[in-house]
Design a protein around this ligand. Structure first.
Ligand code: MSP
Length: 641
């Protein structure tokens, strides 16, 4: 009989570099689920990958002075290395720059055009470049992107639109018939109330202001909207619309799209509507997990608080990192990362509970039975309690994993570990030994070895390296599935244990936290050393710069440049023209009537053959550029000092 299939996906990651521990969350959870399902008899396909197109990548590559492909290649190498370090057992890694993916996205667009699900029009909306999302005025929060809180800019362009509005009723009906489609439940309400009820608008699904993307086959000056390109990965990776579509036939629809809560909207509205338009079955579940927070803020590199998973895995072991993420972050809601929490968790569960049980048991079997696990001699009531616990735990853990709750699954597995530790205290094997009660001692040792075997088998999906080490110590092969723990009593004759090194070394938490602070401080000094020294200037130096307010009375794009705007500025009675490199951040229409701050005594220069008399002040953070404006209207031509 063929095995049931299970198709699980992570989102494909933005190639933004410097991955932090929060990034590892989705992938580690999916890995635990995928490994669990494999051991539980499913034919699993676990997909992950990278999301490599879009304006953001193009801009970053430009600032780094490399091509977009060179830029994403470097980040691809980094993320593949990260998943290797963390032992991620994906079956396929897709890159949106893979040829087959790009070609299939083109076929998808063509199919949508042929079925009249796409039409050409104009788009005007507020665009958040970091999130690659368009927003309507009413969706903005304090005029900023509702997802990330950053600046948005008004953008207008010729675009193709997907008839999303046409699918509104079908989506509502689908949710009604599949109440578990969006999980946890709260996210379903969020989607319906915030997005569906106000009315779905057709979706702009092509861009013309940059070209790092999949070109539309019927209008190549347009590139595919990154989200359509990215969401498509879930089916292109399986061979949809390709010659070999056997994986697609076998695994689609997906059993689970695991995503962070901020991208549930794309996966539960846009993605199902696109699939409906393509005439394909919809995924069975989208789970929106919470965030790993850092000091109660979403961890993000741009906020300067990234925590390096390579460093943590190297210092404490990949399994300590995996265990922390799976056990400590309450599934479905947000959780907080701190070094202290990681170290406490490691010491309490991995060193004290698990490590102690394994080392005490292997040491006693070595001391009392020359290392060979003895045969049991009949079980008493106490033993039966442990046997029942072991035999009942798989069903319990399976229920936890069906509810996608790794913290609950680990809590249940650790009940065996904790119960077994208590059993050592209750049976006091050293007394049995002293009293010469070898028969009872043999049973106790056997029960303990079996408890370890049960716990370690169940731990394989979560902490695979540690589980392997435990099986090595027990002198048993790593089990490939859960069949081996259906019945207590699986350890046969003549199995020899080895005590060897500790599974995890106890961490002196105070000392280690100080050490981590020292390392962080050294890193800071290092990065300051590497940043160029800015020379100090005197007030007289500064006075040489004549700054004044100026009003934009006309504005247009500089011909053949996608970066430059030509601004006509009123400064008191005078009008002058300035060329500014802000075309990717502001439209001419938006700039009209705005007051800017002008460096008025710059020597005139020609930029792209156009004379520029001065420069306008802008603030930049490497992603966004925003112009500086007076806090209140003060008129044009006023001195700024
Ligand atoms: N490229 C899109 C997904 C396209 S899928 C068709 C994207 N990429 S991402 O790199 O920003 O995020 C990848 C995953 O990492 C998401 O599930 C996201 O929620 C997760 N995380 C990134 N930072 C996180 C935390 N601090 N905490 C938990 N998960 C977070 O979105």
């Amino acid at each position: 009989m063929s095995k049931p299939t299970y198709y699980i996906t992570t989102p494909i990651y933005y190639s933004s570099g410097n991955f932090h521990i929060g990034h590892c969350y989705t992938t580690v959870i999916c890995d635990a689920i995928a490994r669990f399902k494999r051991m539980d008899g499913y034919d699993v396909f676990y997909l992950t990958g990278t999301d490599e197109h879009g304006q953001k990548v193009q801009q970053k590559a430009e600032s780094a002075g490399v091509t977009p492909k060179q830029f994403v290649d470097k980040l691809y190498d980094q993320i593949v290395r990260l998943w290797k370090v963390l032992n991620i057992s994906y079956d396929k890694f897709i890159r949106t720059t893979d040829d087959y993916h790009e070609q299939t996205v083109q076929k998808i667009y063509q199919k949508l055009l042929d079925s009249d699900d796409i039409y050409k029009s104009h788009y005007e909306g507020w665009y958040c470049t970091p999130c690659e999302s368009f927003w309507t005025e009413s969706q903005l929060v304090d005029g900023k992107c509702p997802d990330c809180g950053r600046e948005v800019k008004l953008q207008q362009e010729e675009s193709y639109f997907f008839r999303l509005s046409k699918y509104q009723d079908r989506l509502i009906e689908f949710y009604r018939q599949n109440p578990d489609f969006i999980s946890p439940k709260s996210r379903m309400n969020e989607m319906i109330n915030n997005f569906i009820k106000p009315g779905l608008k057709d979706l702009c699904i092509s861009r013309t202001t940059f070209d790092w993307g999949v070109k539309l086959p019927f209008d190549p000056k347009h590139v595919a909207y990154v989200w359509v390109d990215a969401l498509g990965n879930y089916i292109t990776a399986l061979g949809y619309l390709q010659e070999d579509h056997s994986l697609f036939d076998k695994f689609w629809p997906a059993d689970l799209h695991m995503v962070g809560k901020e991208i549930v909207r794309f996966h539960t509205i846009i993605w199902p509507a696109l699939l409906m338009a393509l005439g394909l079955p919809l995924p069975k579940k989208v789970y929106g997990h919470g965030w790993v927070l850092f000091d109660n803020d979403k961890m993000s590199k741009s906020k300067g608080n990234a925590v390096d998973p390579f460093f943590l895995a190297d210092r404490y072991g990949a399994d300590a990192v995996r265990y922390f993420l799976l056990r400590e972050i309450p599934f479905g809601s947000d959780g907080v990362y701190s070094n202290e929490a990681l170290l406490n968790r490691t010491n309490a569960d991995l060193v004290n509970d698990l490590g102690n049980l394994v080392s005490r048991t292997t040491a006693m079997i070595t001391q009392y039975f020359g290392g060979v696990i003895p045969r049991p001699n009949g079980y008493n009531k106490l033993d039966r309690e442990l046997i029942d616990l072991c035999e009942g735990t798989l069903a319990q853990v399976r229920a936890d994993m069906d509810a996608l709750s790794a913290p609950d699954a680990l809590t249940d597995i650790f009940k065996i570990v904790q119960r077994a530790n208590k059993y050592i205290d209750e049976t006091t094997p050293w007394t049995l030994n002293k009293n010469g009660d070898k028969e009872r001692l043999a049973t106790v040792m056997y029960v303990l070895a079996e408890c370890i075997r049960f716990a370690a088998t169940l731990l394989v999906p979560f902490v695979p390296t540690t589980a392997q080490k435990i099986f090595d110590k027990l002198g048993l092969p790593l089990p490939a599935d859960f069949d081996a723990i259906k019945r207590f009593g699986g350890i046969g004759d003549g199995v020899t244990v080895t005590k060897g090194e500790n599974l995890f070394d106890r961490i002196d938490i105070d000392k280690e936290l100080k050490e981590l602070d020292k390392i962080a401080a050294e890193k800071n000094v290092e990065s300051q050393k590497n940043s160029p020294q800015v020379p100090q200037i005197t007030i007289e130096d500064f006075a040489k710069v004549k700054l004044m307010t100026a009003k934009v009375i006309a504005c247009e794009r500089v011909a053949k440049s996608d970066k430059l705007l030509l601004l006509k500025l009123q400064t008191g009675d005078e009008v002058r023209q300035v060329v500014s490199g802000i075309a990717q951040y502001y439209t001419p229409e938006y700039m009209l009537g705005k007051t800017v701050v002008l460096v008025s005594n710059l020597k005139p220069v020609k930029i792209r053959g156009v004379e520029s008399n001065g420069m306008i002040l802008c603030a930049a953070d490497g992603k966004n550029v925003v112009f500086v404006t007076p806090e209140q209207d003060i008129g044009s031509g006023k001195e700024v000092r």
